[in-house]
Write a protein that binds this ligand. Sequence first.
Ligand code: ATP
Length: 393
Amino acid sequence: MSEQNNKDLEKDKEDGKKQRVQFPQYFQQQTKDKNPNGTTLKTPVLRGVIVSEFDGSRIWVEASGNMKGRYGVEVPQGYNPEDLQPGTEVALDPNTFKITDVVEKVRDSEFVPVQTKTTFQDIGGLDHVIKSLNSNVGAQLDSDKLDKIQSWGLDMDKSILLIGRPGTGKTHLVKALSNEYDADMFMINGPQLVEKFIGEGAKKVKRLYEQARASDRPAIVFIDEVDAIAKKRLDDRRHGGEEVERTMSQLLSELDGLDSEGDDNVISIFATNTPDIMDPALLNRTSAIEVPVPDMEAKKEILQVHTRKLELEDDIDIELVASELDDDFTGRDIKQIARQAAVNALERFEDVKNAKVSMADFNEAIKDLKEGNLGVEKDFLGNENRHPDEMFA
Ligand code: ATP
């Protein structure tokens, strides 16, 4: 706090006047909230710094963001005035301006590149998508080709939007792409960028790109479920709109920066299932590639991928298995079926050394999936595909 501010504050206190200082309504209100400090987790909160000690009736908090200002607030229930020394960061409810939390200092997020052994061989039925990624993105990840691209002045796509239902293999594709081209993959899920504190999501995006740019190798920034921060309508600013909007603006400026500087070897890939609700600003800056739900041929290829290492009985007919699958089954469903069939075989054999997977094992697994007995698998937090390899401070 500046010396002038200090003096002003002292003067206010002496005069007993309240000029320049906003007194939030809650001074007149007796709240009946269950949570006495009154914030709901879904509402982004304002961040503020305490600028004066408790003066017997209130403490003063300097809030940042677009509600910037100095607020005289009560000591919240559950806290002692001594806990609230100048310099302490606090969270304020933007509706009531009550202190809801004492904030631990947040360190910058660190993103660690995803480690993966996934290759294009592990992807079934998406040859056309792989081809498109290879020619658009792959060329830029290959240093020899990149030199040519730059000397020929080719204007290549630096941002790609993968559109497809959950489980169709979007993440799988990006992992394979990064592995095949020895690129670093920095990955985050859109909802993880929707932060509680105004401005925190934007900071994370900035940090994500800073780290990608600083990488020794070409880098891919992958944001799955990007629609969480890229919705075209922000209905209610008080419930997350402003925070999300800032995050989105930061993302757009990162993309514009990458485009204009040109020499950064960073590619952005986003994924969504709902392009229709997305902000045109992001759609305009990306080239869209559809990742479809597999057709019959693709289903067979995915089955082949996921049965490659299994020991199969002679009665196995992949075509027949594929024909038993529902039209809307995704790659993730097929992987689950193959795994369940294998588990069924292991259970069937007394001496598992002789275990082989049969058609009956597959039929049982398909039946289980159709009846919802296999649960929902989300690879995002899975094992080999361990993600986000990102540590929140
Ligand atoms: P989400 O939007 O939920 O993140 P996604 O489209 O990114 O879904 P993935 O996470 O890539 O889907 O797929 C989940 C798992 O399903 C993958 O790890 C992979 O094993 C398997 N899978 C999905 N599609 C394919 C495919 N085309 N070929 C082989 N395996 C696939």
